[in-house]
Ligand binder design. Structure first.
Ligand SMILES: *Cc1c(COP(=O)(O)O)cnc(C)c1O
Length: 377
């Protein structure tokens, strides 16, 4: 029995939301081509299971060759960009066999190329480091790299770069990076720079291809600011809803303490629901006091420390006690977005979406089939 099957956390993925969010990408970047970024198992949403919702994308982007292989295995015909490229000759062979588009970002990759052969032609993208300081060639190396690739019989499909701070509204580093990128645009190849944040805020960064990730899953790509409902202005729909069951309801009295370290002391009679999810399921132990979950339509605060398999929730505000096994929403409810929980932990929605573990199910109202699959990874 796999780890996921044993878990009582339920992760429900709404394919209609992803389809809607992809439509928002199209509307925000009309006439551009789209790489739907589905690395890290589609940010926890199940890369191969959400493909029906991404039917309108032009291509996909994954982090590594193994992810690209898996996607080809799922019978995807569309181009697949491998953001980290290959880092061995075996991976290079996989790229050729599966027709993946590796990103070339360092010289060692050039040394692995076999030279002109009569085998299938490799198509690649070349990455430029315009200021992110992570992967990519310096702009002055780009022409030389492209020449070398062409000499080795490799087709350069395009140039791409990545922004360090596109999620910050008034950050001049994006301007700087764009300026550098614009100095090296090449004839006869395509260009790509925009992640979700740039896609929504910087039309001047769209070029030929946009590369949305987080917005496909309905989380806000911009830096979180409490009280602002930016999700609404971007009209994105959260695709992941996480629930866990009530496993006990307790009546505590004034002065009683809750959880490890006794960090919470009841100030009066308190009704507490113990909910069957904790850091062992990937729910962060570090959430700030007062972080909420949702029962029915009511937000209720977590009290005391989050344990490995459970957390305590103050449900004194509810008029009736929830029955045992009642599903409690940890995020993915209109009144409790993953963005808020992430902010409470001092992280970003990406990390929570990737870290949560549980039984996943996928729902697609468009086809009116409820697909339920217990994943084994
Ligand atoms: C992850 C990633 C993206 C997508 O970024 P989001 O912020 O999720 O939209 C785009 N490009 C590259 C190179 C990435 O690594």
């Amino acid at each position: 029995m796999s780890d996921r099957e044993n878990r009582q956390v339920n992760i429900s993925i709404d394919l209609a939301a992803i389809r809607h969010n992809l439509k928002r990408v199209r509307e925000s970047a009309p006439d551009k081509k789209i790489f739907s970024v589905i690395k890290a198992d589609a940010y926890g949403h199940g890369a191969t299971r959400i493909l029906p919702a991404l039917a309108d994308t032009d291509a996909f982007a994954v982090a590594n060759v193994a992810e690209g292989n898996a996607l080809r295995h799922a019978k995807t015909q569309k181009p697949i960009l491998v953001l980290q490229g290959f880092h061995s000759t075996e991976q290079l062979s996989d790229c050729l066999r599966a027709g993946l588009w590796p990103v070339i970002h360092h010289m060692e990759q050039l040394a692995m190329l076999p030279g002109k052969s009569r085998g299938p032609e490799l198509s690649c993208w070349v990455k430029v480091d315009t200021g992110m300081g992570r992967l990519g060639f310096k702009s002055e190396q780009v022409q030389q790299v492209c020449n070398k690739l062409q000499a080795a019989g490799v087709k350069v499909k395009g140039l791409l770069t990545h922004f360090a701070s596109a999620d910050r509204q008034a950050d001049i580093s994006t301007d700087r990076q764009l300026k550098v990128f614009k100095t090296i645009l090449l004839k006869n190849v395509e260009h790509s720079a925009a992640n979700s944040a740039a896609l929504l805020n910087r039309p001047d960064s769209h070029f030929d291809w946009v590369r949305p990730g987080i917005m496909l899953y309905g989380a806000n790509p911009m830096e979180y600011r409490s009280g602002e409902s930016q999700e609404q202005s971007f009209c994105l729909q959260p695709a992941m809803r996480v629930t866990a069951p009530v496993i006990a309801v307790r009546e505590l009295k004034r002065g009683d303490r809750v959880g490890y370290g006794g960090t919470y002391e009841c100030s009066g009679p308190t009704r507490v629901a113990i909910v069957g999810a904790g850091y062992g399921d990937g729910y962060p132990r570090t959430v700030a006091a007062g972080t909420c979950v949702v029962l029915g339509n009511r937000r209720c605060p977590i009290i005391g420390r989050v344990s490995m398999d459970s957390m305590s929730v103050d449900i004194s505000a509810l008029s009736v006690n929830p029955p045992i096994d009642y599903p409690v929403t940890l995020w993915g409810h209109v009144s409790l977005l993953v963005d808020e929980v992430a902010d409470r932990v001092g992280t970003i929605p990406y990390e929570l979406l990737c870290s949560i573990r549980g039984k996943r199910s996928w729902h697609d109202p468009a086809t009116e089939v409820n697909v339920r699959k217990i994943s084994d990874n």
